[in-house]
Design a protein around this ligand. Structure first.
Ligand code: AP5
Length: 231
């Protein structure tokens, strides 16, 4: 991460559409999409020590401890493909993680470029999480009603099989949203105070949200009033 230029932190509650948008946006911006949730799931699938340490937290809808999470993400950011910047999805999720990221970037003379916040109502979050299907091979995300694959159960992108995440149960959805409200939502104020927050109305279609994000990240405009109260 030595000479990074673009460091985007994508904020939003579970189910807001961070993964959906980040997958599209990273390709357009030419920077890697680094998702802490995907990194944990790769470790779970690979049966690594890290995956085994994280499993009980993920299954319960709780956050994995900061020390484990920060070490995992920092290791990913040290890889050469992150030299031009990165699109972060799901990290940071606590103030300690945000401060660790700021310190790591400052050590390389860098800082966060922008923190778009995809704002969605709780009702929409629950509806989106309930119908989600994910590709086990390439992690592309679908929804049984809002964005179904062309062939049921098969990924449009790579032909891989689709599955429902183990943490996609009604009980875990509620728990993850509660955890988000207490531990992650304070980051909205953190980035607002730094002048980096941009609020995106996430209730719109995938394409409309993507266009708004692209505008914000490329500095072509802003989605709504920067000073508006974020939820
Ligand atoms: P993680 O994988 O990060 O889950 P999350 O933040 O809960 O987010 P989701 O992946 O559930 O939702 P999303 O916002 O990406 O929405 P998506 O694009 O899929 O984390 C999982 C767990 O790992 C955590 O609970 C925790 O235990 C652990 N963890 C991860 N990071 C951590 C960290 N930093 N610290 C500690 N622990 C950590 O979209 C959802 C659905 O909606 C899809 O079906 C999609 O097709 C649909 N959809 C998306 N956009 C739209 C739209 N505009 N219109 C209609 N449908 C849409």
């Amino acid at each position: 991460m030595a000479h990074g230029l673009l460091y985007v932190v994508l904020l939003g509650a579970p189910g807001a559409g961070k993964g959906t948008q980040a997958g599209l946006l990273a390709g357009r911006l030419g920077v890697p999409h680094v998702s802490s949730g995907d990194l944990f799931r790769e470790n779970l699938a690979g049966g690594t020590h890290l995956g085994r340490s994280a499993k009980s937290y993920i299954d319960k809808g709780e956050l994995v401890p900061d020390a484990i999470t920060i070490a995992m993400v920092m290791e990913r950011l040290a890889q050469p493909d992150c030299d031009k910047g990165v699109l972060l999805d799901g990290f940071p999720r606590t103030l300690a993680q945000a401060q660790a990221l700021d310190e790591a970037l400052a050590g390389n003379g860098q800082r966060i470029s922008v923190a778009p916040y995809i704002r969605v109502s709780e009702e929409t979050l629950l509806a989106r999480l309930a119908g989600r299907w994910t590709c086990q091979r390439c992690q592309a995300v679908y929804h049984q009603l809002f964005s179904p694959p062309r062939v049921p159960g098969v990924c449009d992108v790579c032909g891989g099989g689709l599955y429902q995440r183990a943490d996609d149960t009604p009980e875990t959805h509620k728990k993850r949203i509660e955890v988000y409200m207490v531990q992650t939502r304070p980051l909205i104020d953190y980035y607002r105070l730094l002048g980096l927050l941009r609020v995106i109305d996430g209730e719109r279609s995938v394409d409309e949200v993507q266009a708004a994000l692209l505008d914000v990240v490329q500095g072509l405009g802003e989605d709504g009033d920067r000073a508006q109260e974020a939820r």
